[in-house]
Design a binder for this molecule. Structure first.
Ligand SMILES: Cc1cc2nc3c(=O)[nH]c(=O)nc-3n(C[C@H](O)[C@H](O)[C@H](O)COP(=O)(O)OP(=O)(O)OC[C@H]3O[C@@H](n4cnc5c(N)ncnc54)[C@H](O)[C@@H]3O)c2cc1C
Length: 311
């Protein structure tokens, strides 16, 4: 109920303007976001890599309504990748990038899919030059088919382009089966959006069961699973299953969000697992922040405490 309300709130311009104008919001944002500039992203990336973790960097923004702005987002990624490469952080995929299709034009009124394809292709070429990869994030339900089409087309030129499956949907196990082939990089997450009636699974337990099922399909398959969750139970199941299947530590990775369970990230990395941190930066953090608040009442309490603080 609360989650639904918060996700609906993310679409309200008045609420957005109010929250973005509140100075104390910035303290909360700083917990989940690296900063506003490429330099901030590089500093945080360097720190994470030196602690044994891998990174995927997201330039914040979504639902771009203007083709020039969509091209500008791609330009930003190209600049970011050049700087990661120059700083020696991109080689062997230590730091890669994550791109939201609607940030690079998928939602445009005209030629959205073509625009997003061209922009992601440009980013993927820059990533290849830098010695790293791109993962295409998955957004709301309406974007799933066009996003999977985009990824399918782009993989002809960039076979290491990653995609995302969300376990909160009924279709997810079938999608995982279709994507569990050699070389296929697939991030599995629970899903941060609201599914339309009939498409989504009812309740957390169902979503968790679906996650475990999808994870088994990906680990048993021949691709490269990227298990994105903070859920201790699912992380334990992943480790056990990978061990039973004889999967080498380098043949899959765990992924978590910047600022969430950092001690667990380090513990897994110290134990020899590959752990990648999803690191957002930029000034357009509102949608990202609201999704984090909707996920977990404790995050919301932290936010409300910061807002009511007299400091
Ligand atoms: C790397 C990465 C990439 C993602 N990419 C996408 C994407 O492309 N599309 C998309 O829709 N969603 C994406 N997500 C978001 C994802 O779908 C979930 O909304 C988000 O990860 C929360 O789900 P969870 O698996 O952590 O489980 P939850 O059900 O939220 O939490 C399960 C358990 O994890 C632990 N936990 C969770 N949060 C915290 C916390 N703050 N502190 C301590 N313990 C905590 C608690 O024990 C909790 O009970 C991504 C998530 C990650 C980690």
């Amino acid at each position: 109920m609360l989650r639904r309300a918060l996700l609906a709130m993310s679409a309200s311009k008045q609420v957005r303007d109010l929250i973005m104008a509140t100075p104390l919001t910035r303290d909360v944002v700083a917990r989940f976001v690296a900063g506003e500039t490429v330099a901030d992203a590089l500093t945080a990336t360097e720190r994470l890599i030196s602690s044994g973790r891998l990174v995927t960097i997201d330039f914040l923004g979504e639902d771009t309504a203007d083709p020039d702005q969509a091209a500008g987002v791609a330009d930003e990624y190209v600049r970011l990748l050049a700087q990661l490469s120059a700083a020696g952080l991109a080689a062997r995929g230590r730091a890669e990038v994550s791109v939201k299709p609607t940030a690079v034009g998928l939602g445009l009124a005209e030629h959205g899919e073509k625009t997003a394809l061209e922009n992601i292709s440009r980013i993927a070429a820059a990533a290849r030059n830098a010695g790293t990869t791109v993962t295409v994030d998955m957004e709301d339900h309406a974007r799933i088919e066009p996003t999977l089409r985009l990824v399918g087309e782009l993989r002809a030129d960039y076979p290491d382009l990653g995609c995302v499956i969300q376990s909160y949907l009924r279709r997810s196990a079938a999608d995982c089966t279709a994507l569990a082939f050699a070389g296929s990089r697939v991030r599995l997450c629970k899903g941060a959006y609201q599914a339309p009636d009939g498409a989504g699974l009812a309740g957390r337990a169902e979503v968790d069961r679906s996650y475990a099922r999808c994870m088994r399909i990906l680990l048993e398959g021949r691709g490269y699973p990227m298990l994105a969750t903070h859920d201790p139970r699912l992380i334990r199941i992943a480790g056990t299953k990978a061990g039973i299947l004889g999967r080498e530590a380098g043949s899959f990775e765990y992924q978590m969000l910047y600022g969430i369970r950092p001690a667990e990230q380090v513990r897994l990395a110290d134990a020899g697992a590959q752990v990648r941190v999803y690191l957002p930066y930029g000034s357009d953090w509102y949608g990202y922040l609201v999704r984090r608040l909707a996920e977990r009442p404790a995050n919301l309490a932290f936010f409300l405490r910061a807002l009511s603080s007299t400091r």
